[in-house]
Design a protein. Structure first.
Ligand code: KG4
Ligand code: ZN
Length: 343
């Protein structure tokens, strides 16, 4: 007899994207994301504006996800919600909404860790997404985090290394700002780099022991290099934008890949996945594919829409926890936690 697949509504509001997704088993039925362009004006996410936009977007986004999935609200078995980490004001909007809906429908509310969800996005079922088997290594690279995680199961994940200062996405965004590019600069560096030479300019790489990362030295090295070159040639950046983007991107990706290779060597794990916003980067994707061809590792690269923040990844994580039956709490005693611990 075929057992009924759980229908999970996922909601994400940790930063500047309001998103809702509906999942039936591992199959994605809808994933709606409302991005907030308002922050471009300020060169970074303004927390107060982000929470206001979430307030405006959350109801229409959830309704749009339900409509697209053709699922009636009464058929939802559980709601998965990003509990943290993230911006307090943003998280509170999603958590309060999810709590109220779970209470009204009398169904479980499942709190989800945003970074773990980025990793489990690999298990969203659609034609182009292939899933790793356990154990695998995952490089999670976003605007706020940079980690190498050993993933033994959907609920057992160990951080092997992490950044001691800036995150990789932050390094992209800060470098882009120095080049006069608008926020978020990561995708723009990627775009300009396509016409540039990776080796045109050289920036310092950190020497950090073990599997930890550091990007603050690179930031300083770019700052001083641009300052010195602009003294000699005021329009240095404009004239060399593509080469600068390519060289900065190459340096960040080299730092990431060298630690990932070290982690694979130390653990003997040859299934490698990437996750988080920076995993959309084309140089990172290409370098991984080249490594896979050369060294017989298998790499898992998520579809673009599952790299940046989305609720499909929250729903799939909720589904795993729902099936395990262990992370369910009464819907009234969950609160947003901007610094949610990795347990
Ligand atoms: O995971 P994410 O969407 O949000 C956070 O949880 O932080 O990651 C956002 C980060 C930003 O720093 C953005 O610049 C970076 O991901 N990013 C990229 C690319 N697309 C997004 N960085 C480099 N190349 C890209 N193509
Ligand atoms: Zn994220």
């Amino acid at each position: 007899m075929k057992t009924k697949q759980a229908i999970v509504l996922g909601i994400e509001s940790s930063c500047d994207d309001t998103s809702a997704a509906v999942l039936c088993g591992n199959k994605l039925l809808a994933n709606i994301v409302a991005s907030q362009d308002v922050h471009i004006l300020y060169g970074g996410v303004v927390p107060e504006l982000a929470s206001r936009s979430h307030q405006e977007n959350i109801v229409p986004v959830v309704l749009a996800a339900l409509k697209k999935s053709k699922i009636d609200v009464s058929s939802i078995d559980a709601i998965a919600i990003t509990q943290g980490p993230g911006l307090m004001g943003s998280l509170v909007v999603g958590v309060s909404f999810a709590k109220a809906l779970a209470l009204a429908l009398d169904i479980p509310l499942i709190p989800v860790h945003h970074m773990k969800a980025h990793i489990l996005a690999h298990f969203i079922e659609d034609e182009q997404n292939s899933s790793p088997s356990f154990p695998f290594l995952c490089l999670t690279v976003s605007g706020g985090h940079t980690q190498i995680v050993q993933v033994n199961s959907a609920s057992e994940m160990t951080i092997l290394g992490k950044t001691i200062d800036d995150a990789a996405g932050e390094a992209f965004d800060k470098a882009a700002k120095m080049l006069g590019l608008p926020y978020p600069g990561g995708p723009l560096i990627d775009q300009h780099a396509k016409n540039g030479n990776n080796l045109a300019h050289t920036f310092s790489k950190p020497k950090i022991a073990g599997l930890d990362f550091s990007f603050s030295g690179l930031k300083t090295s770019i700052l001083y290099y641009l300052r010195d070159q602009k003294i000699k040639e005021p329009d240095f950046i404009e004239k060399n934008l593509a080469d600068l983007c390519a060289s900065i991107q190459y340096t960040i990706v080299s730092i990431l890949i060298s630690k990932l290779k070290q982690a694979s060597k130390e653990t003997g794990i040859k299934q490698i996945a990437i996750a988080g916003g920076v995993s959309a980067n084309s140089e990172l994707r290409q370098t991984l594919l080249t490594w896979a061809e050369k060294d017989a590792v298998k790499v898992y690269i998520p579809k673009f829409e599952y790299c940046t923040d989305n609720a499909a990844m929250i729903a799939i994580t909720g589904k795993f926890l729902f099936e395990e039956g262990k992370s369910l709490k009464g819907s009234t005693n969950i609160s947003a936690d901007p610094r949610l611990a990795w347990k």
